[in-house]
Design a binder for this molecule. Structure first.
Ligand code: NDP
Length: 291
């Protein structure tokens, strides 16, 4: 078993990005600038946004955090997005999800200008991805494919089973793994809560990507000997022994599954850090395309 170490991989990619940024600025380019909109004070969202802002500083980007109250109306949030769309000093921005219930997330996604949509969620960017044309790839699936590439995981002709079909993880992941590219060229099965024979399907996977948000759902019974296992899930569970009062669990029962797998991501320290790196990559790409 080999660990797909997202922390180490993301650290070396961040160094590469920092060097690219230096070279870009030395040639007269402007510092890449990423903004994040945070609505409300959801604990996990605050942590994720802070990690993104910190990562920007680390690679030499400028970053702006726009904090808005969770009482903000949909209309006012859309007006803020329009401001960022028109802000020429910004290369890209994200709106941290989830949003309060009174705000329609799909309206928000659609309002972000595709050229600044460095999370890669806008339908135009999803369409370009599906056609294998250059675009901003959605951050989490992009992070996973970068990790598979770094570890030279063979994907061509393999059966990839994706558990979960969300717009931000499972669905785009299934598209990327099925593309005529590396990593890709898999035969893909996309599963969800209505799938009737989930365990049987998972047991046929050479590459199993799990993104359903149910801690330790995937046990050893779901996994074929020698499979590559990518655990996207992050759930906070109460743990009084921790200073923070919680610990993070993935969707895969790591201790059981690891001995059966050829490669596996830990939680934390697997997919999470790679997601942030993708955001940085997309922002640098946006900055370069604007010069
Ligand atoms: P969603 O809740 O949006 O989607 C969950 C998906 O899992 C749905 O498609 C749902 O099916 C499916 N599902 C739920 N229960 C079952 C089941 N029993 N069997 C099969 N499929 C099931 O989640 P996200 O994709 O946004 O996130 C998934 C997990 O990944 C979460 O823990 C989240 O915190 C984490 N995450 C981690 C990131 C990272 O950077 N590491 C980034 C984003 C998310 P249906 O469509 O039928 O409802």
């Amino acid at each position: 078993m080999k660990l797909l170490d997202g922390r180490a991989t993301s650290a070396s990619i961040k160094e590469e990005i920092a060097q690219e940024v230096e070279a870009f600025i030395a040639k007269g380019g402007r510092k890449p600038h990423l903004a994040a909109i945070l609505v409300g004070e959801n604990g996990a969202s605050v942590t994720y946004v802070n990690a993104k802002v910190k990562a920007c500083e680390k690679v030499g980007f400028e970053s702006t955090l726009v904090q808005l109250p969770d009482t903000i109306s949909e209309e006012a949030l859309l007006a803020e997005i329009e401001k960022l769309n028109n802000d020429a000093t910004l290369d890209g921005f994200i709106v941290q999800l989830p949003l309060p219930e009174h705000i329609d997330e799909s309206k928000v996604t659609m309002a972000i200008s595709p050229e600044k949509d460095v999370d890669g969620f806008h339908p135009e960017n999803i369409g370009l991805m599906a056609l294998n044309l250059p675009t901003f790839l959605p951050a989490t699936p992009y992070g996973i494919v970068q990790m598979l590439e770094r570890y030279e995981v063979e994907t061509s002709g393999k059966h990839c089973v994706v558990v979960g079909r969300s717009h931000i993880v499972g669905s785009p992941m299934s598209i990327l793994m099925g593309r005529n590219a590396y990593p890709g060229n898999c035969t893909v099965t996309l599963t969800h809560s209505r799938t009737t024979n989930l365990m049987e399907l998972c047991r046929t996977a050479d590459i199993l990507v799990v993104a359903l948000g149910k801690p330790e759902f995937v046990t050893a019974d779901y996994v074929k000997e020698g499979a590559v296992v990518v655990d996207v899930g992050i759930t906070r569970v109460k743990d009084d022994s921790k200073k923070s009062g919680f610990r993070l669990l993935g969707d895969v029962k790591f201790d059981e599954v690891a001995p059966k797998s050829s490669f596996i991501t830990p939680v934390p320290g697997g997919v999470g850090p790679m997601t942030i790196v993708s955001l940085l990559r997309n922002t640098l790409q946006a900055a370069k395309s604007r010069e």
